[in-house]
Design a protein around this ligand. Structure first.
Ligand SMILES: [Zn+2]
Length: 92
């Protein structure tokens, strides 16, 4: 993830963005918040849906399992993670 203030890289699992309460950039110490980039989410929705349909079809044909029902939540979560962006924290 990229800091919106200083463009410094912050690891996804960094303690700086995984703690409770206000979050601060470890580089410039400016307040940051995690948000979903809904525009990116909408753009990625179609390719993810195609991948989902392809995997679900493959899984059903290859393994004859109903495990396809787990793909929805997994891909949905992956889509949200990919769409997550850091933004300046404007809360008081
Ligand atoms: Zn920063």
């Amino acid at each position: 993830m990229i800091c919106p203030h200083c463009s410094g890289r912050i690891g996804f699992f960094s303690r700086a963005i995984n703690g409770w309460g206000k979050k601060f950039c470890p580089h410039c110490e400016a307040p940051i918040a995690i948000g979903i980039n809904w525009k990116l989410f909408a753009v990625l929705l179609v390719p993810f849906a195609i991948v989902f349909a392809a995997i679900a079809t493959y899984v059903r044909i290859q393994f004859d399992l109903s495990s396809g029902k787990y793909l929805g939540p997994v891909l949905g979560a992956a889509l949200i993670v990919v769409s997550m962006r850091l933004k300046p924290d404007e809360r008081p």
